[in-house]
Design a protein around this ligand. Sequence first.
Ligand SMILES: [Fe+2]
Length: 368
Amino acid sequence: MAHHVDADTLQQWLTNGQAVTVVDIRTQEDRALWSIPGSIHIDAYDALRQGSQGALADAHFPLDTPVVTICNLGRVSETAAAALSERGYDARSLEGGMKAWSLAWNTAEVRVANNATRVIQLRRTGKGCLSYLVGSKGQAVVIDASLPPEVYLIIAAEHGLRIHFVLDTHIHADHLSRARGLAEKAGATLLLPPQDRVRFPFTPIGQGNSITFGEAALTAVKTPGHTLESMSYLLNGEALFTGDTLFLSGVGRPDLHADAGAAAERSRLLYHSIKGLLALGPAVLILPAHAAEPVAFDKNPLVARVSVVAERLRPWLTSEEAFVEQILKRLPPTPANYARIVEWNEAGVLPTGDPTDLEAGANRCAVT
Ligand SMILES: [Fe+2]
């Protein structure tokens, strides 16, 4: 019988830098969609499912560290763990597979010039969502919460912070927003860009509006395109939370467009929004809501200055027409679950049961 390990424990091991060999036995196709940072890939899925254990017979790993086998749902990985156990390895199957791993996260601190301000990047590594806890003098805000509210409450408490404001940059389509739930649990004010999409009470934060917490200030900058209501937030004039409008080496997709004409119009808006953000100054730090790849357990924040991002995007931004053409040409297909996630986010409730049932799958927020 195979031994098991749950996603929380594996997350803890990787956070602590404990030696572990993570063996991803899925197909090349599944592996390409998302993976666990540092994992080894052996495409053994079909062979194991057909009862052949030969696919892992030639695999050799360090004998003195645990081996964790990974598949999509944690069933075929049991067969893999059993086969490796018979060969003397301390092998365990990840319970729930990549679906359970979808909620795994780690953190990194972003250095900012203002000494009184701390910026913690919370990375949902199993899905690529980035959210932020920003604190100053005991008061904090959370931006684009994508993890269970308890995670933010724990990290805030660890830093001696109380969450006063919870903000989303836009109505998300790739993950179930935890902003409303977090605001309720923290007794914080929920701030959203002005729009008539959501069906629950919130405090609108419009273009140029600011909130202050401790010695820090966050100012809203309207950036339509990815969605019509998309807002970015500028912290102390030096760091910019861009949501899905601008990534470190890509731009947001015009989200959930009804047709090609709408996508073109959104792309035009996005072009001007991005030009506006890049004009805020070369030293401004860009802090997006998504990573392009599974986020490593390395405590290195995913951040870049405007000057660096502008250089990466230079070929895209030669003209509005060229930009729109590029976006439309590269637009990835809208994942099937996006429309349903939007419905839940507009209602402001989480589906009953396991939220990863809906959230699992490829992340396609960016055009790169
Ligand atoms: Fe989005």
